[in-house]
Structures are given as structure tokens and as C-alpha cells.
Design a protein around this ligand. Structure first.
Ligand SMILES: Nc1ncnc2c1ncn2[C@@H]1O[C@H](COP(=O)(O)OP(=O)(O)OP(=O)(O)O)[C@@H](O)[C@H]1O
Length: 354
């Protein structure tokens, strides 16, 4: 892979040739480490993972930013000015996001992911959908059809037009089974990998992962929709279906977030994201590029080493940011090292310790 960019936040224009395995990005606070991860994410997904407005990424004094990646024999270029984003794939305009996702599938792993445990079901559902989409690209079309029927049904319920609302049941029923089947398939592949990591990293905590489909799995959705019509009418929305799916993490019957320490929560979530990367790799043959921001935070040296080892052995390309080289317990020749100082990136092994 090679990367080049200009106009990204505080970063000076750069050209890099990262390794196919682990790349460590070292620098002081505010040096520009996260901005480098953001540049990679931008070329893969055409937006930022931390700004609500992508234009906020444009460096002071620049009118636009661009990032170019050469990977798997393809060249992706994405540019953004104050108005619009332009995408070019192999010199041609306007390729779709799903096409980019095939050439450069990225996964960010940062402190935001603690939300997978702490927030409501919506964030876990979007993780689940995103994970399924990577192994089953048709999923986004089916899910889109379901969501359209659901919106129309809910709008009719809100307007008090229940007969119209029931007319959308068929649209929900015909897509719900596929959505549920795809999600179960993903969870069946994910759970053993996740629990193998969790058993290693949290040996004293018997954490279990459960998938909840959004309606009772022993009942066809058609029957449930029929049975809950009165409830739906009263509440003005559809109370069951794949849009109510969730994942739960429990330790001896207690929700994991009420029991585990911050560091343990981080490990549980890291295990989930790494298991997901492994599943994508196994089911599609495609490797992900993992963008891991501040891996060392909240982890003791032994756990850091265990996580780094799991990332290294996963076969994925990874970018790990760190304040000190010692935060990432890897021999100098086991990774490619980049140093960021006040927005300037240079490569080379870390200075010898001692
Ligand atoms: N649009 C912009 N133009 C110029 N500089 C910016 C822009 N947006 C943010 N910055 C600056 O870029 C710097 C780098 O931020 P970044 O988050 O990449 O640092 P970091 O190396 O990840 O630091 P930390 O270790 O503290 O997380 C910050 O000082 C920030 O103020």
C-alpha cells in the first residue's frame, strides 16, 4: 500500500509506504497521529470518523484536502473542499461507497467503541449491520427495503391510519427473515472467536454474548405483527422486528458494563472488533485495515502485549498510534514505525531503548 495526502488537519503533505502488517504511529499529544488515521479512513469511506462535518478536516490555510491510496492494484483518490467530496477510482469519477469498501475495508478501533457496551441498542445494531454487510454485501439492499417499509408503517400508525399501516406488514415480513438469518450467520461465526479472546484476556469473568433478534424467535414475525396490532396502534410505532435487535454481554447474569472495570470493558470490545475482522477475513478472504487509536490507554503492559499479539497474528494490516514507542510492545523489526512531530511524518525504527 502507498498513501499520499495534502491539506489534512495539521499534517504536512506526505507520502508513505506502510507495511502490510503492523504500522506504529508514534508522537506527542497533538502531533497529528489521529489525523493520519483519519486521512486513511477518509480515503476508504469518504468521511471523517470524528468530525460531524468532513470539511472540518481541511487544514487551516488550505481550500481543500485530498488523500490517495494505492492498494490491491487500484488507486483511490478522494478530495474534499468546503462544498463537496470527489471520489476517483483508477482515474474514473464517482465510484460508490460499497465499491471503495471492497478495495480498502477499514475498521476504526478507538475509545468511542466503549459505547458498544455503554449506550443503547442502536449502536450495537449498527455494528451488527456493518459487520453483516462486510460478509454479505446484499444485506444493505435488504435492510434498506425493510427500513423503508418500517418508516411507512410507522408514519401511517402516527397518522392514525392503521389499515394503511397493516398494508406494509408484507414488506417487513418478506425481508425480516433474511435480515435475521444473515445476522445469525454472522454471530455464529463471530461468537467462538470472540469468546476465545475473552477467555484469554478476562479469564476470571465468564462473559457471554447473546443475540436478540427483535422478536421472539419461536414465533413467525407475521404472527407477532398480527398479535401486537393494538399495541402498535396505541404507541404509534412498530414494537417488534429486526429494527429492535440487540446484542447483550452478560457476566454471571449481570450486564457487563455494570460489572467489568474500564480496562476489562475495553478488552471485551477489542475482542469483538478483532473477532469481526477475523470473520470478515475467513468468510470473504478480505483483510481489513485496522486503525487503532491509543491502544495503550487503560491497559496494563501484559494486556497491551496480549492485544498487540492478537492484532499481529490476525494477518490484517493495522495502524496503531502511541505516545511512546514502548507503549507498543513489539520488537523494532516486527512493525513499520512512523514518527509524527508537529504534523511532519517520517518513517524509521524507534531509537534504541536505554
Ligand atoms: N483543520 C485543522 N487545521 C489545522 N490543524 C488542525 C485542524 N484540526 C485540528 N487541528 C490540530 O491538529 C492537531 C493534531 O491533532 P490529532 O488529534 O491528530 O493529535 P494526536 O497526535 O492524535 O494527539 P493525542 O495524542 O493528543 O490524541 C491538534 O493540535 C489540532 O488542534
Amino acid at each position: 500500500m502507498s498513501l499520499a495526502a495534502e491539506g489534512v488537519r495539521n499534517l504536512q503533505p506526505f507520502e508513505l509506504t506502510p507495511g502490510a502488517g503492523i504500522n506504529v504511529v508514534v508522537g506527542a499529544n497533538a502531533a497529528g497521529k489521529t489525523s493520519l488515521l483519519e486521512a486513511i479512513y477518509f480515503v476508504a469511506r469518504t468521511r471523517s470518523f470524528r468530525a460531524t462535518r468532513t470539511a472540518q478536516m481541511i487544514g487551516n490555510g488550505h481550500e481543500a484536502l485530498w488523500v490517495r491510496a494505492q492498494t490491491q492494484g487500484h488507486t483511490i483518490g478522494v478530495a474534499r473542499d468546503s462544498q463537496e467530496t470527489q471520489v476517483r477510482l483508477d482515474g474514473r469519477d464517482g465510484r460508490s461507497l460499497s465499491e471503495l469498501a471492497r478495495y480498502l475495508p477499514v475498521q476504526v478501533i478507538n475509545s468511542e467503541h466503549q459505547r458498544l457496551l455503554l449506550d443503547g441498542p442502536a449502536v450495537r445494531r449498527s455494528f451488527l449491520n456493518w459487520a453483516v454487510f462486510h460478509v454479505e454485501p446484499q444485506f444493505s439492499t435488504v435492510w434498506g427495503r425493510y427500513v423503508r417499509a418500517l418508516r411507512q408503517r410507522n408514519a401511517a400508525l402516527k397518522a392514525g391510519e392503521s389499515r394503511l399501516a397493516w398494508a406494509y406488514d408484507e414488506g417487513l415480513i418478506e425481508t425480516a427473515d433474511t435480515i435475521d438469518r444473515n445476522r445469525r450467520h454472522l454471530i455464529d461465526a463471530l461468537e467462538p472467536r470472540w469468546s476465545a479472546l475473552v477467555r484469554r484476556w478476562l479469564p476470571d469473568e465468564p462473559v457471554a454474548l447473546h443475540y436478540r433478534p427483535g422478536w421472539r424467535s419461536d414465533e413467525p414475525l407475521a404472527d407477532r405483527l398480527e398479535a401486537q396490532r393494538e399495541l402498535d396502534r396505541q404507541r404509534g410505532f412498530t414494537n417488534s422486528g429486526p429494527h429492535r435487535a440487540d446484542l447483550s454481554f452478560r457476566v454471571a447474569g449481570v450486564e457487563a458494563q455494570h460489572r467489568l472495570s474500564r480496562g476489562q470493558q475495553k478488552l471485551l470490545v477489542l475482542a469483538l472488533l478483532l473477532a469481526q475482522a477475523a470473520v470478515t477475513h475467513t468468510l470473504t478472504g478480505q483483510s481489513l485495515t485496522l486503525l487503532v487509536d491509543d491502544l495503550a490507554a487503560e491497559l496494563d503492559p501484559a494486556r497491551r502485549a496480549a492485544v498487540v499479539e492478537a492484532i499481529a497474528s490476525s494477518g490484517n494490516q493495522a495502524f496503531l498510534t502511541a505516545i511512546e514507542p514502548g507503549d507498543i510492545p513489539l520488537a523494532p523489526d516486527a512493525a513499520q514505525w512512523f514518527h509524527v512531530e508537529q504534523g511532519r511524518i517520517h518513517s524509521g525504527p524507534p531509537p534504541a531503548a536505554g
